[in-house]
Design a protein around this ligand. Structure first.
Ligand code: HEC
Ligand code: HEC
Ligand code: HEC
Ligand code: HEC
Ligand code: HEC
Length: 215
């Protein structure tokens, strides 16, 4: 019987099969890379806000504590955003004519809250809680970066599941003394020695079970 396929077809088909597997692998790898890329995780993107509020000026420059504005961060899952009256504690006296602050004065006069656009947002199927992180010695800067150097706020960390787990598996690498949680400048002198000691002292668990964050 005459050959239907020429002998060279063997090589060709091998090359094609190998190629298909290779291309499929490449596509998966590329998709994996894309969903973790900053464009999809929103990492590093500054949000336009109704008022160009600067953490750099208020925290870095004026030295105002996070809790002055984010009042519920130690007590609840939600850190909270400041009401306009908090801004007016100062801005009824400072920069009272600045055009930039017009939306703040308008909000105070009408009682309509300023609508800040959210920078961090986890999907609804993920549970997060600020108070436990604060109570166990995880600094704001470990997740939010150097807020005191941000002009407009942006998301410093990827907030992916892998990222959460990288700390939940090894909290000793990130834990700090509780009194340093709000300190933006804090750097551990010797984390390798301090970490395991604080983990014991604060009784920190390695919470990696799915039901910790999904239930
Ligand atoms: C004078 C008030 C004030 C102080 C002090 C302050 N913040 Fe804020 N913070 C705000 C306001 C207003 C917003 C909303 C506008 C924005 O995103 O910039 C905000 C937003 C944020 C967000 C983003 C919220 C989101 O939409 O996801 C984070 C994170 C944050 N602050 C962390 C901190 C940390 C950490 C500190 C202390 C180092 C701090 N803030 C101190 C007023 C303040
Ligand atoms: C403890 C006092 C205080 C509070 C509270 C405060 N500010 Fe300010 N704010 C200042 C001072 C002082 C300046 C001038 C800072 C400078 O020029 O470095 C300023 C400047 C500003 C500016 C001008 C741009 C800039 O950053 O220099 C904006 C906009 C502003 N504040 C918005 C707000 C908003 C919105 C709030 C409430 C979430 C707020 N401030 C709360 C003291 C305060
Ligand atoms: C373990 C990581 C982590 C730490 C530590 C942390 N945050 Fe957050 N923060 C987040 C995540 C994740 C979100 C988004 C939550 C969501 O979408 O439900 C967030 C959201 C916020 C918001 C927006 C309002 C809200 O509660 O959703 C503010 C303000 C904020 N953080 C301030 C702070 C301050 C101040 C500290 C330090 C006391 C701090 N965070 C410590 C991870 C962290
Ligand atoms: C830098 C370290 C760190 C990061 C990043 C981190 N966590 Fe945690 N998380 C902790 C520690 C420490 C605890 C407390 C463990 C314990 O109970 O002893 C904790 C506890 C929790 C709890 C348990 C709350 C409870 O009531 O039992 C939840 C839920 C949680 N984290 C969600 C998250 C999510 C979601 C992310 C990512 C968006 C995240 N965490 C990122 C360190 C971290
Ligand atoms: C420390 C918190 C935490 C734990 C523990 C955790 N997850 Fe997640 N998970 C997250 C976060 C945060 C996201 C959202 C990630 C994003 O939006 O990129 C997520 C997303 C997911 C998704 C959606 C697909 C994806 O990858 O984005 C699935 C499915 C999932 N988790 C399953 C699990 C399973 C199964 C376990 C247990 C083996 C688990 N998770 C444990 C925090 C956690």
């Amino acid at each position: 019987m005459a050959q239907i396929f020429h002998r060279s077809a063997n090589t060709l088909s091998r090359v094609t099969i190998f190629g298909a597997v290779f291309i499929a692998g490449f596509v998966l790898w590329a998709i994996g890379g894309i969903v973790r890329a900053p464009y999809f995780t929103n990492q590093g993107i500054q949000r336009q806000q109704p008022v160009p509020f600067s953490h750099q000026h208020h925290v870095g420059g004026l030295g105002i504590d996070c809790r002055y504005c984010h009042t519920s961060v130690e007590k609840s899952n939600f850190a909270g955003l400041p009401p306009t009256s908090t801004c007016m504690n100062c801005h009824s006296q400072i920069w009272t004519n600045a055009q930039m602050l017009e939306p703040v004065r308008a909000s105070f006069a009408t009682g309509k809250p300023i609508v800040w656009s959210r920078v961090h947002r986890l999907p609804d199927f993920v549970h997060f809680n600020h108070s436990i992180h604060v109570a166990k010695g995880i600094g704001c800067a470990s997740c939010h970066g150097r807020v005191d150097k941000m002009n407009l706020m942006y998301q410093a960390s990827p907030l992916t599941m892998e990222w959460c787990l990288s700390c939940h598996r090894a909290p000793e690498k990130f834990i700090r003394p509780k009194e340093e949680v709000f300190n933006m400048d804090y750097v551990a002198a010797n984390q390798a020695e301090l970490g395991p000691r604080l983990v014991k002292q604060y009784n920190v668990q390695k919470l990696t079970s799915c039901s910790t964050c999904h239930y």
